[in-house]
Unconditional design. Structure first.
Length: 343
């Protein structure tokens, strides 16, 4: 069933994605003016527009300031990254109610509850599994092999932060790209693409196997201050949150050159599978520019498989669905055979 006509009608005041010779553009309805950058513009004071467009870089600046100059008793506390991360997410989520991007993405109580579940999962089970199965073994291997990167401890704070951002994003880029080019890995990642709207916490939503795989990095092999690592993790989380949020904020071009934005990430969430095979950078779109997978454009209609929204349970079992169907088919045939024999 094609849901696009009904959804297009619901988004009569928003921009829509169109394709022309492989290039993606946006068109706006007659009820809105077009700002020339792929988004339907609303009438408002230019200073208001500028202020909201600067929200993402301003958030990054505040995060860096906190971890660089905040009280040591706070920055040394391992719970600080949880507290600051949740505050950042809550702030961006609140902005959806202040300056909505698309009415069709307006969050409902069901979506909100689901998103909260996945945020909690990320901070608990996924974080625990990543630490136990990946980071601790890496630290142990580093120690047993006598590997040292003491030089990293003497780098300027911002360079240390940039190093962590690059290490995490480089691994995530190639893992993400693999997930779109391998059938089994795609089966773990596809549930994330079944979301039918974008909201601040949607970056946390996905199959647990994918969430674990995408969390892997080699940062544990480097000697770096905790504050620098937490600052980088906080920045990555903030960028990803803005890149999934239903907030009308179009950051400056210098920011969008390096960091992922809602424009290029919404294109990555387009309904066509081939359209998703671009803009893999979760937070660092610069990697797509370097490796030739960057694509201009913006999507409004998002989702996969006729835009069917998956429940938490459906997302969890998604990779093993073929096996479940095979078992059901075998059992049904066996039952039918018994009935035939009995008759």
């Amino acid at each position: 069933m094609d849901h696009r006509p009904a959804y297009d009608a619901a988004l009569s005041s928003d921009a829509r994605l169109i394709a022309d010779d492989g290039r993606f553009h946006s068109v706006a309805s007659t009820s809105s003016s077009f700002n020339g950058e792929g988004v339907a513009a609303r009438t408002e004071h230019p200073l208001t527009t500028r202020a909201f467009n600067l929200l993402p870089p301003a958030t990054i600046a505040l995060i860096v300031s906190f971890w660089a100059f905040g009280p040591q008793s706070w920055t040394d506390n391992p719970w600080s990254i949880v507290a600051v991360g949740l505050l950042t997410t809550a702030f961006v989520q609140a902005m959806e109610f202040v300056r909505e991007r698309h009415e069709g993405w307006r969050i409902t109580m069901r979506e909100f509850a689901t998103d909260i579940f996945y945020v909690a999962l990320g901070y608990t089970a996924i974080g625990w599994a990543s630490n136990l199965l990946a980071e601790e073994p890496l630290r142990a291997a580093k120690q047993s092999l006598g590997i040292t990167t003491d030089w990293a401890m003497h780098l300027p704070f911002l360079v240390q932060v940039a190093l962590v951002v690059f290490l995490v994003e480089f691994g995530q880029y190639w893992m993400h790209r693999l997930m779109h080019n391998n059938a089994w890995f795609w089966s773990t990642h596809a549930p994330h693409h079944h979301i039918t709207q974008l909201n601040a916490m949607k970056g946390y939503v996905g199959n647990p196997v994918e969430l674990f795989l995408i969390s892997l990095s080699v940062v544990a092999l480097f000697d770096l201050p905790q504050a620098a690592q937490f600052c980088a993790f906080n920045i990555l989380g903030a960028v990803s949150t803005y890149a999934h949020a239903n907030v009308r904020s179009d950051p400056p071009k210098w920011y969008a050159f390096f960091f992922t934005t809602i424009q290029n990430h919404s294109l990555h969430h387009s309904t066509g599978y081939e359209e998703t095979r671009c803009n893999y950078g979760n937070s660092l779109i610069l990697l797509d520019r370097i490796f030739g997978t960057y694509r201009e454009g913006e999507g409004v209609i998002v989702g996969q498989d006729d835009r069917k929204r998956l429940s938490i349970w459906e997302q969890t079992i998604f990779p093993v669905r073929p096996l479940i169907e095979k078992i059901k088919y075998k059992n049904n045939n066996a039952t039918a055979g018994e009935l035939t024999s009995g008759g």
